[in-house]
Design a protein around this ligand. Structure first.
Ligand code: ATR
Length: 488
């Protein structure tokens, strides 16, 4: 067989849904795209069904695929995360030459990306871990793309990625995030924020449904209205769609026939684990991951229901609490906004901490910019976040930005009221409530950590600092309880 001419400016390996949609997006935007899949049927099907959308160069061996790429060759891997990705990286490394660029477009754990970047760089090829958000639809019509890896690769890769990314106000939703694992790290936190955003929407729904006694279709209208204000976002928009949907099989609201056990693929969990490792309290994200886990513990939940755990004295609904429905709906909206703000603030804290830990120099403004379109958390709100970091790139916390502070002054009382009502109704609001505790902790003059330090000194001589003078101290608890300075 003759070698194909090197005509493709980009290649895609792995033509399941995400990969083939991405390949079509490249082709539709004027890029000649080489396509390869381990099983050739998928390659043939893509070209047969969508070959008229642009210039595809199909290949049935990795060697032909690589030979069809212009230099420096650029190939995006869209195969299963984990061992499959490693196998394809190895094949590409073998077939490629010095300076060629291998891009992993899957949801890899950023520590794997750091490892792979080292291994690939040692062989003279470039490795770019790129987070791609927007799901199947985004891959086809314009995702938000978060590439890491060496800055030299960005120079050649940038224009091609810009050609397929979502565009907001003339700006493509893609930029170089930072070296090695930075792109996948940021994508991980993006997904964590997405978990929290979905959970706070869920909590608002739960309150309106079982606290205010509203039907899903009515709540859909409420969400539609919310979507025209501060909460304007893709997730609020699709929430209204889901709530308005009737089950074709029974005619009931669809949400009522869906089993209430939420799944996950792990990126939210990684974000929470990483928050724990870095010591950054991403409470909104962690509670959202736990909320999914709890929802899926169906046997334990059934046992708890059958076990008739005492509920205490509960109000039947908001009317029993003397709360007006319209007031409650607006309070819930504000509580949702507040809890969402906390989740984003915490997520940006994690990105800052990760960036410092790995010397990535991630600019939070870039993220607020490229998350405005294409991705699942796209929202008007991100413009505000960008403005906040534009005004002060060194913001100690997003919620300390003057705009968000003034928003919080309007949100705080409704937020507190909603949590009180939820407690009286016996309705779980893990993220609404833990976010308020986080917020009150951050504001607190004194935290009980002083007592914890006292306890630690008591049982383990862990020592403590004093408020009134420098140094490290210990109380001789078991003898005369005198004060000693341990670093004197
Ligand atoms: P999706 O969730 O979109 O279906 P996925 O499961 O993440 O996608 O990835 C599936 C893709 O990974 C397929 O293109 C698959 O190739 P096949 O069609 O030949 O099964 C590819 N894939 C999985 N393991 C692979 C491996 N070891 N080498 C090469 N490609 C592999």
């Amino acid at each position: 067989m003759t070698q194909p001419h090197a005509t493709a400016s980009i290649g895609v390996v792995g033509l399941a849904v995400m990969g083939s949609n991405l390949a079509r997006n490249f082709a539709r935007n004027g890029n000649t795209v080489a396509v390869y899949n381990r099983s050739p049927e998928k390659t043939r099907a893509l070209v047969a069904e969508h070959g008229n959308e642009g210039d595809f160069v199909p290949a049935e061996s990795i060697e032909d695929f690589v030979a069809s790429l212009e230099r420096p060759r650029k190939a995006i891997i869209m195969v299963q995360a984990g061992a499959a990705t490693d196998a394809v990286i190895e094949q590409l490394c073998e077939a490629m030459d010095e300076g060629d660029i291998i891009i992993d477009g899957g949801n890899a754990l950023y520590t794997d990306t750091i490892r792979r970047e080292k291994e690939v760089a040692a062989r003279g090829r470039h490795f770019v871990g790129a987070g791609i958000s927007g799901g199947e639809e985004g891959a086809l019509n314009g995702p938000s793309i978060m590439p890491g890896g060496p800055v030299e690769s960005w120079e050649t890769l940038g224009p091609i990625l810009e050609s397929i990314a979502a565009v907001v106000d003339g700006t493509p939703c893609v930029t170089h995030i930072g070296p090695d694992g930075a792109g996948h790290f940021v994508k991980m936190v993006h997904n964590g924020i997405e978990y929290a955003d979905m959970q706070v929407i869920g909590e608002a729904y739960q309150l309106l449904r079982y606290g205010a006694g509203m039907e899903p279709a009515e709540i859909a209208e409420v969400f539609r209205e919310w979507n025209s204000g501060d909460l304007d976002s893709y997730l609020i928009e699709i929430t209204a769609e889901v709530l308005a949907q009737v089950d074709p099989a029974t005619g009931s609201p669809l949400v009522d026939v869906i089993v209430d056990a939420a799944g996950q693929k792990g990126t939210g969990r990684w974000t929470a684990i990483n928050g724990l490792e870095l010591g950054v309290p991403v409470t909104g994200i962690a509670e959202s991951v736990f909320a999914r886990a709890l929802s899926s513990a169906t046997q334990q939940r059934a046992a708890a229901r059958e076990g008739n755990l005492p509920a205490g004295t509960l109000a039947a609904d908001i009317a029993a609490l003397g709360i007006d429905r319209a007031v409650f709906i607006e309070d819930v909206r504000r509580a949702l906004y507040a809890a969402k703000l906390i989740a984003y603030s915490q997520g940006f804290d994690e990105i800052k901490a990760g960036s410092e830990e790995h010397n990535w120099n991630v600019d939070p403004r870039d993220l607020a910019t490229i998350w405005r379109g294409g991705c699942i958390i796209r929202a008007k709100f991100l413009d505000r976040i960008r403005e906040a970091y534009d005004t002060n790139p060194e913001l100690p916390a997003l919620i300390l930005d003057p705009y968000f502070k003034s928003e919080l002054s309007q949100l705080i009382d409704p937020w507190r009221r909603v949590i009180v009502a939820a407690t009286q109704l016996g309705l779980p609001v893990p993220v609404f409530a833990s976010s308020l505790s986080y917020y009150d902790s951050l504001r607190a003059e004194r935290l009980p950590a002083a007592l914890v330090q006292g306890q630690r000194d008591f049982f383990g001589a862990h020592t403590f600092k004093r408020t009134d003078r420098p140094g490290t101290f210990h109380i001789e608890w078991s003898t005369d309880r005198s004060l000693t300075q341990t670093d004197a």
